[in-house]
Design a protein around this ligand. Structure first.
Ligand SMILES: [Fe+2]
Length: 344
């Protein structure tokens, strides 16, 4: 015991000297460096559409669409974190009104959009023009110029997800506004989709493009057709019918840092529990169900979001035929060797 006390005194004394040289030794009252299991500060959260909908209406009425960077967005803020929806990525609900332009810029954060409501807005990513429709997944790869123009007649709402917290942790932030409100548009719209969208075939001499994934958009109709086909497979014991979006060039995830899935949970399905490192956020497109996450129970319905914290046991139950979109940070964890999963 004396040894510990003496050692503690010696360590404190040493520390006073070491600090001058920007060095440090472990102190006996330091929190443990390693824990047996992850102890996330991020919390699992449920956001209900009945709370979000009036907030979005108010946002549309009261907040201007700022030029040169800011967008009109409602951020899903995790109560366990200073910033962000999870500790790696941010989810925001963006509202764009008819005639509005979200001006052109580029940044080192990777971004995706999932269209929640409405039609008629066009996005341009590095010159490629794409008409966004409800249920589409549209990517904005890190470093790509992007702007959005709403040519429809009703407000449009989509989910924006950016790997901002991971980018900031890695201290790799760049941002650049474009010289004009919008960028020039290629003559051929949806070029990447026309070339690589089937996932089965591609022009043999299609230019590879600057990004690891040659595909920028995953239209709703194709995703739904794939999910309908997968419904004929034996159900996944944890997730019922689930498909991960893929990079057609590699078979891997569409982005290096974030994965996306589309999941159907049929009425009466009772999934087994699982837990894993990494975080994820679900968006409920339709239907109703219950998810148990850690000690909490989320009774979710269309329009709701919920986040699952790292290493939290969770399981899903279907009450009405349900469709969910999911974003996770699994690709980043797998690339770094930190992904771990336990299945019940
Ligand atoms: Fe952006």
């Amino acid at each position: 015991m004396d040894i510990v006390t003496n050692d503690g005194d010696a360590r404190r004394a040493l520390q006073a000297e070491l600090a001058r040289f920007h060095c440090r030794v472990h102190q006996s009252d330091d929190p443990p460096l390693f824990t047996r299991e992850p102890r996330p500060t991020m919390r699992s959260v449920h956001w209900r559409w009945r709370d979000l909908a009036p907030l979005l209406d108010r946002l549309g009425r009261e907040v201007d669409l700022g030029a040169g960077g800011p967008r009109r967005t409602l951020r899903l803020q995790n109560p366990g974190l200073a910033e962000g929806t999870t500790h790696t990525f941010w989810c925001s609900i963006q509202v764009i009104l008819p005639g509005e332009v979200a001006t052109c810029h580029r940044h080192s954060a990777s971004a995706l959009r999932f269209i929640m409501k409405g039609n008629g807005a066009w996005t341009t990513v590095d010159g490629e023009h794409y008409a966004m429709n409800e249920g589409d997944l549209v990517l904005t790869p890190a470093g790509s110029w992007h702007d959005h123009v709403h040519r429809g007649s009703e407000p449009m709402v989509w989910l924006d997800v950016l790997d901002i917290s991971l980018m900031r942790l890695l201290q790799a932030t760049f941002f650049e506004p474009y010289a004009h409100d919008v960028q020039p548009v290629d003559r051929v719209p949806d070029r990447s989709w026309r070339q690589h969208g089937s996932g089965l075939m591609a022009p043999p001499r299609a230019a590879p493009g600057p990004y690891a994934n040659p595909l920028l958009a995953y239209p709703q109709a194709s995703a739904q057709a794939a999910l309908d086909a997968a419904a004929g497979l034996p159900p996944d014991p944890h997730d019922d019918v689930v498909l991960a979006y893929r990079n057609p060039a590699t078979g891997g995830p569409p982005m290096t840092t974030m994965g996306q899935q589309l999941q159907r949970i049929r009425a009466g399905f009772q999934g087994r529990r699982r837990r894993h490192t990494g975080s994820k956020v679900y968006y409920v497109l339709r239907g109703r169900g219950v998810s148990t996450v850690g000690d909490e129970r989320y009774d979710w319905e269309a329009g709701d979001f919920f986040a699952v914290a790292p290493w939290a046991w969770h399981a899903h139950q279907g009450l009405e035929d349900a469709l969910l979109f999911q974003v996770n940070d699994q690709p980043a964890l797998q690339a770094l060797g930190y992904y771990r999963e336990e299945l019940e």
